[in-house]
Design a protein around this ligand. Structure first.
Ligand code: IPE
Ligand code: IPE
Ligand code: MG
Ligand code: MG
Length: 323
């Protein structure tokens, strides 16, 4: 984890985030603690905390509030994963069983709510109105995104705009808010904060596009979660959109899988080959890379960020990761 970050201060703070994730639910009763240890102890890339703390450090922020804000972002992320796995009836996450496959579903929903509420408590403790505004905006955005996605499930004619709208909300908003929060703590003004917000948004969208690609070409044991599940669940993501619009055969492959809710007429291998034949994985990566570059350029309004090798490495990791 964090091999791509060389700055010592950032690494030290990320360690604090790691212990803070568990310590901040310590006061809870054992039941909640067990679930928290299960989900937080199962790894996870901690990319949002890394993103936040790298930026605050580059902006020469000297306090400790960024550690708390980073924990809050990871809490929100985790809450959405817990809920997302319930919605998807997923059984594995981070190479462990999901909360909902071990505990009762109702309790899992409440645990997700609990982690959300913890994030709010954490943010509130920082007594910073601008931070609270950024966090309420991003939380609402994410939930809207998940609702919108459900609404578009199994609609084969979903448009590119609709797809981008969904992912900009469900994933982009959290990265955007992370950029905002880092800007606020780093002492930037509102205009600069907005640019950081938008830069985070681009990077978040790029991040989700790669996640969507992994659902088709990723390695299940490395990813720690199921593959080939988005289409079965009716989620038509960028690789599927490209395949749908490639030619008649491509469209019929997508149609079969979503209408049969599984791989019957078309096998997983055929799907993968169809994508490769049309060079779709490379095209999807290019799209993600383009967004990453745009985001990175926006951060360059602050020269310290444009010269940072660590930031460069972090965004490269988003594209070149395998999990
Ligand atoms: C998975 O997020 C869900 C998405 C928003 C794509 P991550 O890939 O950051 O999951 P973890 O935290 O590393 O497990
Ligand atoms: C991410 O989307 C979920 C949220 C942002 C809430 P996915 O559904 O693609 O996440 P995974 O693939 O299950 O991790
Ligand atoms: Mg999911
Ligand atoms: Mg996914």
């Amino acid at each position: 984890l964090f091999d791509y970050i060389k700055r010592k201060n950032v690494r030290a703070k990320l360690k604090k985030v790691e212990t803070g994730l568990i310590d901040n639910v310590e006061d809870s009763f054992p039941f909640i603690r067990d679930m928290a240890v299960h989900i937080f102890g199962g790894g996870g890339k901690r990319i949002r905390p890394a993103f936040m703390i790298l930026i605050t450090d580059l902006l020469d922020y000297k306090g400790e509030d960024d550690v708390k804000a980073a924990i809050a972002t990871e809490f929100i992320h985790t809450a959405t994963l817990v809920h997302d796995d319930i919605i998807d009836r997923a059984v594995s996450r981070r190479n462990r069983r999901t909360i909902n496959s071990i505990w009762d579903e109702n309790v899992s929903i409440l645990f997700g709510d609990y982690i959300y509420a913890k994030a709010i408590e954490m943010m509130n403790s920082l007594n910073n109105h601008r931070l609270n505004t950024a966090f309420s905006r991003l939380t609402l955005g994410m939930i809207k995104g998940e609702i919108l996605e459900s609404d578009k499930n199994y609609q084969i004619d979903i448009t590119y705009d609709e797809y981008y709208n969904i992912i900009s909300k469900k994933t982009g908003e959290l990265f955007a808010g992370t950029g905002s929060a880092a800007a606020i703590l780093g002492g930037l003004n509102e205009e600069e904060e907005e640019i950081f917000n938008d830069a985070g948004m681009k990077i978040g969208i790029a991040f989700q596009i790669i996640d969507d690609l992994f659902d088709f070409i990723g390695n299940e044991s490395v990813l720690g979660k199921p593959v080939f599940s988005d289409l079965i669940e009716g989620k038509i993501t960028l690789p599927a959109l490209y395949l749908r619009d490639s030619d008649e055969q491509g469209r019929s492959i997508v149609e079969s899988i979503i209408s049969e809710k599984g791989f019957k007429k078309v096998s997983e291998k055929q799907l993968e080959e169809a994508l490769q034949e049309r060079d779709i994985p490379a095209r999807v990566k290019n799209e993600s890379e383009k967004l990453i570059r745009e985001g990175l350029d926006m951060f360059k309004i602050q020269p310290v960020l444009s010269e940072s090798l660590d930031l460069e490495k972090l965004v490269e990791y988003i594209i070149n990761r395998n999990m």
